[in-house]
Every structure is written in C-alpha cells, then in structure tokens.
Design a protein around this ligand. Structure first.
Ligand code: PSU
Ligand code: MN
Length: 349
C-alpha cells in the first residue's frame, strides 16, 4: 500500500473513535474520560487488539531524527504482528490515543523547538491547562490507556529507583528520586512490556519496589531480570514469575485482574520484562563503566528531577559511540512485537 492508503487504513480503524473523542469533542475533562472509557470498552469488546506506544522516548529519550523513525517503526512492528498501534501523546494539552502521522510530526517539531514537556501521570492536568505539547512517559501513558480502555503498551525500559553515584554515594537517598512509573503500576490496570528497567537505575531496588506495590512482575520466556541493554544483571536477579508464551502472559494478566477484583482491591498493572536478544546484548562491564561516568557528570553538572533520565540516556549514547542507542532501538522493536502478540492473545479471552 502507498503511504496515503496506509494512512487512510489507519484512520478507518474504529478504535480511533477514542482518539477523536479525546482530541476533538472535549468539553470537560470528566466527560472526556467517561466517554473515552465507554468507547474503549466497546473497542475491546469488539475484540480489537490495541497496543499503545509512549512518546517520552521520542521527545526526551532519543536524538532526532532517530526518535521519529523509531516511533514509526514501532507502529509498523505492532501491525506486522497483527495488532493495532496507538501512539500516545499530548497535542495542545489534550491526551491523544493514536497520534496521526501529522500529530507525530507536530510533536517532533515541538521537540526540536524545545517547547515540548515530559508528561508523567501528575503532569497531565498541567499540560491540559497550558495547552502544552507533551511526550508521555510510562506513568503518563498508563493513565491515558486507562482513560481510553487500552490494556497494553510497549516501551523500552521503565523508570524506577535511582542508584548511587561513586562520587556522591548518597545522592539518590538524599533526593529520594523514585520514578512516578513505579506508583503508576499500582493504580492502572495496564500490562507494560519493557526490557526490564533502565540500566542507569538500581535494578535490585526497583525490582523490590514491585513487590512492595503488589504488582505482578513476569519474565517473558526468561527466569532472570533483564538489564535493558543486556540480557541479565550481574549478579543475576531471579524473577518471581515466568511466562512461556504470549497466551500464558495474557492468562496471568487476566487472572491477576480477576483476583484483585474478587478481593475488592483496585486492579493493578503488570510488568512483563522481555530481554534484549542475545545477539544485540551489550557486555555489562562496558555499559557499567559508561553509566558510572554519566552519573559522575550528572552530579558535577547539578542535573536533577525530570532531567536525570534524559541526561543519562543522552550521555550513554555519546560515551558508547552510539552503541547503546542501537541496542535501545532493537529492544524497543522487540518489545513492540511481544506486546502485539500478547494483545492478540488478550483479545481472545
Ligand atoms: N524507554 C526508553 N527510553 C526512554 C524511556 C523509556 O528506551 O526514554 C522513558 C519512559 O517514558 C520512562 C521515562 O517513563 O523514560 C522515565 O523517566 P523518569 O526516570 O524521569 O521517570
Ligand atoms: Mn525521577
């Protein structure tokens, strides 16, 4: 199909009613949420496997123009695996589920103009009130998924508990920097596929945070925790649960939600960790050396808050001569494919 035909095909998918609802007929935030929920539920009842994709990785996680190319390639990967991609972003303050190509370009332009904000869950209202352009993080995307009734989304690596720096060992204990992503899993019933948590974090502490939050953590065809750019951590961290297939993953998510409902608890999300392919995995020692340097520079330059993760990822790309960026691209595509396979299975239940 030509790009035009493809664009039309995208626009003819009926779940996009959700996007239109969120973007155009907004009268009050409350009404939007209610209507979007009804539409989303309908789309799911119709058995359509929808995979949401986040955009903080576009606006704050990768350099131009690779960021936009990746967003498009991830949509294609989802389609190739039989599901419908829905890239989430904030356009003029409005959360959009299923960005059009034009909207993706608007987001890219705003990124180049440095007028784009990184939108986590707590920033949604601020972005709306300011009619801002925004890339949604894992927590922000989970919240929009809940509004629209989408149950699954793919990212690279989630945020979590930050790790100490050699030159300032207590830095994150002092700042208490724990990503909003972790808390979001306790609130929203969304399955997130990621290659573990970002390697720049304390992986063991982030894994523990999932236990504390009562959030299922499942390895996709793996028994140890992946480490973003690498297949495993050193020493390895054993995962509480493993799924051998997409169907098994869907069954665990469905049963977890049912148990939570039965116990009167609010349903949580589920983190499905999908390791980078063995052939694309980077040696841990090399990655670690670069992380240590990047952390040191972060402290020297006084980078904090929202700026931490984007700074560290950008420095990793420079310090590894682009090798970390290449690994990041591959794991993103890998996660999009697995998310699509799980979405297809979920839609059969
Ligand atoms: N995955 C990537 N690159 C990224 C991210 C994920 O491969 O840049 C983004 C996600 O949007 C995630 C965010 O939610 O990084 C974490 O930022 P923080 O640590 O500030 O919460
Ligand atoms: Mn943070």
């Amino acid at each position: 199909p030509t790009p035009m035909q493809r664009e039309r095909e995208r626009d003819s998918v009926d779940w996009r009613g959700v996007a239109v609802m969120l973007a155009n007929t907004i009268k009050s935030i409350r009404q939007t949420v209610v209507e979007a929920e009804a539409q989303g539920a309908q789309a799911i009842k119709m058995g359509k496997p929808v995979v949401a994709l986040e955009t903080a990785v576009v606006t704050h996680g990768m350099p131009h123009p690779i960021n936009v190319e990746m967003a498009i390639q991830m949509e294609e990967a989802v389609r190739e695996c039989g599901a419908i991609p829905a890239t989430v972003g904030i356009i003029d303050g409005v959360p959009v589920m299923g960005l059009s190509r034009k909207q993706l370009m608007q987001l890219s332009d705003a990124t180049e103009a440095k007028t784009v904000i990184k939108v986590g869950e707590r920033d949604l209202g601020y972005a709306y009130a300011h009619k801002a352009m925004g890339g949604t993080t894992v927590s922000g995307t989970m919240a929009v998924c809940q509004m629209a009734g989408v149950k699954i989304f793919a990212t690279g690596g989630i945020g979590g508990v930050h790790r100490p720096c050699e030159t300032a060992p207590g830095i994150f204990e002092e700042t208490g920097d724990v990503s909003n992503d972790i808390i979001a899993f306790s609130k929203y019933q969304v399955l997130v596929v990621s290659a573990g948590v970002k390697a720049i974090l304390s992986v063991p502490r982030t894994v523990e945070a999932f236990e504390t939050g009562g959030v299922p953590l499942v390895g996709y065809k793996c028994t140890n925790m992946p480490c973003f750019y690498s297949t495993e951590t050193s020493p390895p961290i054993a995962l509480p649960h493993t799924a051998a297939s997409a169907a098994e993953t869907a069954a665990v998510f469905d049963a977890s939600s049912a148990m939570q409902r039965l116990s009167g608890q609010r349903e949580t999300g589920l983190l499905l960790v999908n390791p980078i392919a063995e052939a694309d995995s980077l040696p841990l020692e090399e990655v670690d050396a670069a992380i240590k340097t990047a952390l040191k520079e972060m402290v020297e330059q006084g980078v904090s808050g929202k700026g931490v993760t984007p700074f560290l990822l950008a420095r990793m790309t420079e310090l590894t001569g682009g090798v970390s960026l290449e690994a990041n691209k591959r794991l993103l595509l890998n996660n999009a494919r697995v998310a699509a396979e799980v979405a297809v299975e979920l839609s059969k239940l």
